[in-house]
Design a protein around this ligand. Structure first.
Ligand SMILES: [Zn+2]
Length: 64
């Protein structure tokens, strides 16, 4: 099984945790993603700050 690290902060990610966070997707699909060499992952913290950044961008877009 591949070891995955957060794309931004380098924190080691856990497959069990990844499956729990994406419980709406099938386990087989998640394991395929996890082992895919071209797929990068974010930890929870970085994922949240990315989501916030996206929201800010959308918000700015509306104001201008
Ligand atoms: Zn991170």
């Amino acid at each position: 099984m591949r070891e995955n690290y957060c794309y931004y902060c380098g924190e080691e990610l856990n497959l069990g945790e990844f499956i729990r966070q994406n419980y709406h997707l099938s386990r087989e699909y998640l394991i395929t993603l996890w082992d895919h060499p071209a797929v990068e992952f974010l930890c929870c913290g970085c994922f949240r700050s990315e989501a916030l950044k996206q929201k800010n961008l959308e918000f700015k877009g509306k104001v201008e």
